[in-house]
Design a binder for this molecule. Structure first.
Ligand code: ZN
Length: 407
């Protein structure tokens, strides 16, 4: 297999999680009587551009069905993050009634909603019908498409090029990252700004976040690699911020390569830090499999011991990362009888692979388990607040990543 960015032969293994069904392929009760498709879940790193990427295995459109269940608005902390971003960018770029904002993978309109309220023209690009329907109900215009060079070129031809084009948690999810980046370039007005948020590969390695690996997540990105990809299409990274979201993300700011804006010191500082961490050598990549197995083994040992001790346990958050952990560890309902999730679209379905039922959060309050395993550790603080009354009755909270923690 060759690198999806630079075409070099991929020789260095990063992570092998065996086989798993797609992380967002939540099952109905009827589906439980049918065979389930498992795909290999393996990552390699390119020794030329240091892009970490999934091994090729299947067509991308098989992963994003019309029933794809993730609705961004289900997380209140993510809504607050989006609102803060829109206010900050409106001020920083002086956006107004004659500006154009495009969000790629606009999901249910959780972010553009804020631009609609401010009267700033905007357009979402979103291939998933269920979330696009929800966005349109909020008054957010949506183009139903997979974004890439063809869409970017068409938008500019229609006079809809962007003063701001943004993608939050989409860049790592696109199968053809070169075509996507050419699309950003094509849709960007002269003097316009691109921002992309994605989990930072350096933090993934540092904090054992192997459970953020799933099939729909094709790339794992350092600033070094993103700067290289931008450069290859005539864009440049001129600023970067580190964000706490998803266990440590980057927000990169890009513009046309010939834009006069000066590149901030933050870019050089972070590139240096990545180099210090060895991200342009094979060492940290080669060591990662063992780190992942340690976390998985500790989580599994905890579940087995809780079962032997006759303790009751439930999980909270039917997140994709939970599926990666549970399927890598081979956990089934005998060890973890149910998981609760606030997203109505997931309730009364089953986790792919593990077939653990997903219930309304009220169930966890009714059952008062001895332990609540919080699968989306990135929103553990928010979940603990929601379930604070359980802690008062003796329930302990458990997170598996970056290492097993019981409090
Ligand atoms: Zn490469």
């Amino acid at each position: 297999m060759n690198c999806r960015h630079c075409g070099s032969t991929l020789r260095c293994d990063f992570l092998d999680l065996g086989f798993a069904p797609p992380s967002n392929a939540y099952l109905t009760v009827e589906d439980l009587a049918k065979p389930e498709i498992y795909f290999p879940l393996r990552l390699k790193v390119c020794e030329e551009c240091w892009l970490v990427q999934t091994e090729d295995y299947a067509a991308a459109d098989a992963l994003f069905s019309a029933e794809y269940a993730y609705f961004s608005s289900a997380s209140s902390s993510w809504l607050a993050h989006a609102k803060h971003y829109t206010e900050m960018m409106t001020t920083r770029l002086g956006l107004g009634l004659n500006s154009m904002v495009i969000e790629v993978a606009s999901n249910d309109g959780y972010l553009l909603n804020n631009f609609v309220a401010a009267g700033i023209p905007c357009l979402g690009v979103e291939p998933t019908d269920s979330t696009a329907d929800a966005a349109e109900k909020l008054g957010v215009p949506v183009l139903r498409a997979f974004f890439g060079e063809a869409v970017g070129t068409a938008l500019t031809a229609q006079g809809k090029s962007a003063d701001l084009i943004l993608g939050n948690n989409v860049y790592a999810h696109v199968p053809d990252i070169n075509d996507f980046t050419r699309g950003l370039k094509a849709a960007l007005k002269a003097g316009g700004t691109v921002t992309l948020e994605f989990p930072h590969l350096m933090r993934l390695i540092e904090h054992n976040q192997f459970d953020t690996v799933y099939h729909e997540h094709f790339s794992y990105l350092s600033l070094f690699t993103v700067a290289k990809i931008f450069d290859s299409v005539g864009l440049k990274v001129f600023d970067v911020e580190e964000l706490p979201t998803h266990g440590g993300s980057l927000r990169v700011y890009g513009c046309h390569a010939n834009d006069a804006r000066r590149t901030t010191d933050a870019v050089a500082t972070l590139l240096d830090e990545e180099e210090t961490q060895g991200l342009r050598t094979t060492a940290p990549y080669s060591a990662f499999q063992r780190q992942a197995e340690q976390v998985k083994n500790d989580a599994l040992a905890f579940l087995l011991q809780a079962k032997r001790d006759g303790k009751t346990i439930a999980a909270y958050g039917a997140a994709a990362k939970g599926n990666t952990l549970l399927n890598f560890a081979g956990v089934k309902p005998d060890l973890l009888p149910f998981v609760c999730d606030a997203a109505a679209a997931k309730q009364n379905k089953y986790m792919p692979g593990s077939h653990i039922p997903i219930l309304h959060p009220d169930e966890i309050m009714r059952n008062r388990p001895d332990y609540v395993l919080i699968l989306p550790w990135n929103i553990a603080t928010e979940v603990r607040q929601q379930l604070a009354s359980l802690a008062g009755q003796g329930t302990k909270f458990v997170t598996a990543v970056p290492r097993l923690q019981i409090t």
